[in-house]
Design a protein around this ligand. Structure first.
Ligand code: ATP
Length: 260
């Protein structure tokens, strides 16, 4: 992973706002409450870690931010754009690498990236240098004509990241981005994420790899049973819970021990 990518487009509108502003978010599936009055902000340029055990409400929150899920209460803004009333603008700021792959299985890697650029009004000829750089960046250059079905699990994961970045978003949302990546690729991806964050892109990461979150994120939110149970700078959060590792803090707040 060597090719430098252009910095996210900086636009005047939205610049004075937080990257993500969530107020009193409520999401129910029938009688089950998946997200229960959650409020938090992510600042521009931040590397934010959003943690929680299985079923805590992380993906549901992400789906609400990106407009994939409706919600019953609260508001969400992305760089000042309301995700419901101003959906197209808010969505244009976001690159999403989802937990579940949702590619058209018969398209090639190159087509997947080019068509994604098209959703954001980028013509194939304008998209080509960006698509080529991303395919190289994620070591998919020799797979550009392979269809989704012909890619390995780790290649699909890398393609999902490339697709998230194709329109140079200001906010990159990563739902379990390193699941299925081998150790070497995971380390390379960490370097890459650090670099794009240093270059100004806001990153919102969920991961069950707590060492990954501890290494990359500057501020952390923890959700459990749909409720936010921690929201703090990483160092302060760890210090306040006795100078252990993030894993110790996590288990203390949401592990079975916390409910014993
Ligand atoms: P994981 O770490 O396992 O991915 P998560 O924190 O992302 O978990 P969510 O996927 O947000 O958790 O799920 C939160 C709750 O909402 C869970 O109880 C889940 O079963 C429920 N849920 C999620 N999607 C739906 C759906 N489409 N219909 C009904 N219930 C759902």
């Amino acid at each position: 992973m060597t090719v430098a990518l252009e910095k996210p487009a900086v636009e005047a509108d939205g610049a004075a706002h937080g990257a993500v502003r969530i107020r009193h978010l409520i999401k129910r599936y029938g009688s089950m409450i998946a997200v229960d009055d959650v409020s938090f902000d992510v600042a521009p340029g931040e590397f934010f870690g959003f943690l929680g055990p299985n079923g805590a409400g992380k993906t549901t929150t992400i789906n609400a931010i990106v407009g994939l899920a409706t919600f019953q209460g609260g508001t969400i803004e992305v760089f000042g754009a309301d995700v419901v009333r101003d959906y197209r603008r808010s969505r244009s700021y976001i690159g999403l690498s989802p937990q579940e792959f949702n590619f058209d299985r018969y398209l090639t890697a190159e087509e997947i990236l080019t068509y994604q650029a098209g959703y954001y009004g980028i013509t194939p000829s304008r998209a080509k240098p960006r698509v080529d750089a991303l395919l190289e960046q994620f070591e998919l250059g020799d797979k550009r004509r392979a269809t989704y079905l012909q890619l390995s699990g780790g290649m699909k994961r890398r393609l999902a990241l490339a697709r998230a970045l194709v329109h140079s978003p200001r906010l990159l949302i990563l739902d379990e981005p390193t699941a299925g990546l081998d150790v070497e690729l995971r380390l390379e991806l960490w370097d890459f994420l650090k670099k794009i964050n240093d270059d100004g892109m806001t990153v919102f990461l969920t991961s069950h790899y707590l060492e990954e979150v501890e290494l990359l994120c500057s501020r952390i939110g923890i959700i459990n049973h749909g409720k936010l149970v921690a929201l703090e700078d990483k160092a302060a959060l760890i210090a306040r819970h006795g100078q252990g590792s993030l894993q110790d803090v996590f288990l203390e707040l949401v592990g079975k021990r916390a409910h014993a």
